[in-house]
Design a protein around this ligand. Structure first.
Ligand SMILES: Cc1ncc(COP(=O)(O)O)c(C=O)c1O
Length: 389
């Protein structure tokens, strides 16, 4: 038997899974390890999928997504970023989840040995995907300051060179809640224009923003339609649709045909009934997303003070996302701590090590919980564990 490609053989399994596998299915474990809300998708979204199936929509469809869904996504994008953002349906590819949007974008740009610069800490898939393609991954690290992670813009700009074929950024960020400002985005954009570097901006958390505007600063507020920028999005987080596996990618119009070919050879198309559900979600976005964001802000504002009140916890409140990323000084091995918390305290968190070596010792707590009492109970378990540890 010939061996697997080394890039696949060497892939790191998910450290979040390593912790979760130790406690999944145990009714005594309060789980906050995965990045999703425990709220079921809205009934009208589910009904749209049922109606589609009842109507017999069980066939292959367009590679790039149903035209009315692509139109609806373009209108939604213009609602968020203004008509001047120039995003039309001719720039939208509907994909099987945000994760697929990201992989397709990378497949279009990265070949074996190409340099891909990734700003970390970051959701682990964004480091694994370029590795799978055989790209040369370099990381640029954010730095923690008073419990929140910050970008050294000058250092990042210096790290982007003509060798850098793709820059990958996830802002608002999973796990840290860090986000970019428009000034930073402009500086990055102009540096990438100079070096000929593509930007892949993962903005799936743009609506989970507590900074006073409807969404976090986006590259789409600033880019020209022909800029070498791709923006990945998802129905998972803002529309409570993680299990449906639907996302989209905004690309320059000149790239759309290539995306259609890539989708044909990967998944061919997203299921029609799922796309109908997504159309229902977009049509009712004002009933779904703003209440969700208000609830998530409430979750954050419940959990952070609970954690800050515990002796031995260093936690801060980030302006975006659905995570508290925090430290327990004196417990510097996050993987070990996360495993011990599962077995000794019945508390399921994700280890910082999963998101990059600079985050060793940190822990990620997804606060998207319908029932706030779960957050109270989780904080209580952490406090008793720390007292006994
Ligand atoms: C930063 C980031 N990007 C993309 C995704 C992918 O979302 P999905 O594939 O569910 O659309 C996630 C999911 O956790 C994420 O955290």
């Amino acid at each position: 038997m010939k061996p697997l490609r080394p890039q696949i053989a060497q892939l790191q399994p998910s450290l979040i899974r390593e912790v979760a596998n130790a406690g999944i299915g145990r009714s005594d474990v309060l789980a906050f390890w995965f990045g999703e809300s425990d709220e079921i998708s809205p009934i009208k979204v589910r009904q749209a999928a049922i109606d589609s199936l009842q109507a017999g929509e069980t066939f292959y469809a367009h590679n790039l997504g149903l035209p009315p869904l692509r139109e609806a996504v373009a209108r939604y994008t213009q609602d968020q970023h203004g008509q001047t953002c120039g995003v039309t349906a001719q720039r939208i590819a509907v994909t099987s989840g945000g994760v697929s949007a990201l992989m397709l974008a990378m497949q279009a740009i990265l070949g074996v040995g190409d340099e891909c610069l990734v700003v970390t800490p970051i959701w682990p898939n964004l480091l694994a995907q370029p590795q799978i393609l055989g790209a040369r991954v370099r990381t640029h690290s954010l730095r923690p300051f008073n419990g929140l992670w910050q970008l050294d813009l000058k250092a990042l700009l210096a790290d982007i060179t003509p060798e850098t074929r793709l820059l990958v950024l996830n802002a608002p960020n999973n796990p840290t809640g860090w986000h970019l400002t428009h000034d930073e985005q402009l500086a990055i954009l102009s540096r990438c224009r100079e070096t000929g570097t593509w930007i892949l901006a993962d903005e799936v958390y743009e609506r989970l923003y507590y900074g006073g505007t409807r969404c976090a600063p986006s590259f789409l507020d600033l880019t020209r339609p022909d800029d070498a920028v791709m923006v990945a999005h998802s129905f998972s987080k803002s529309f409570l649709m993680t299990g449906w596996r639907l996302g989209w990618l905004v690309v320059p119009e000149s790239m759309l045909d290539a995306m259609g070919k890539l989708i044909e050879f990967k998944t061919s198309c997203a299921p029609v009934f799922v796309q109908r559900a997504a159309m229902a979600a977009l049509a009712r976005q004002d009933e779904i997303t703003p209440p969700l964001v208000r609830h998530l802000q409430n979750c954050r504002d419940t959990l952070v003070p609970l954690l800050q009140a515990i002796e031995g916890v260093e936690a801060a409140s980030a302006a975006a996302g659905m995570y508290v990323f925090f430290r327990l000084p004196g417990h510097e091995d996050g993987l070990l701590t996360a495993k011990r918390l599962v077995s000794e305290a019945g508390l399921g968190l994700a280890p910082g090590e999963a998101f990059g070596p600079e985050a060793a010792g940190w822990l990620r707590w997804c606060f998207a919980s319908r029932d706030l009492s779960r957050l109270h109970e989780g904080a209580k378990r952490l406090q008793s564990w720390l007292r006994g540890a």
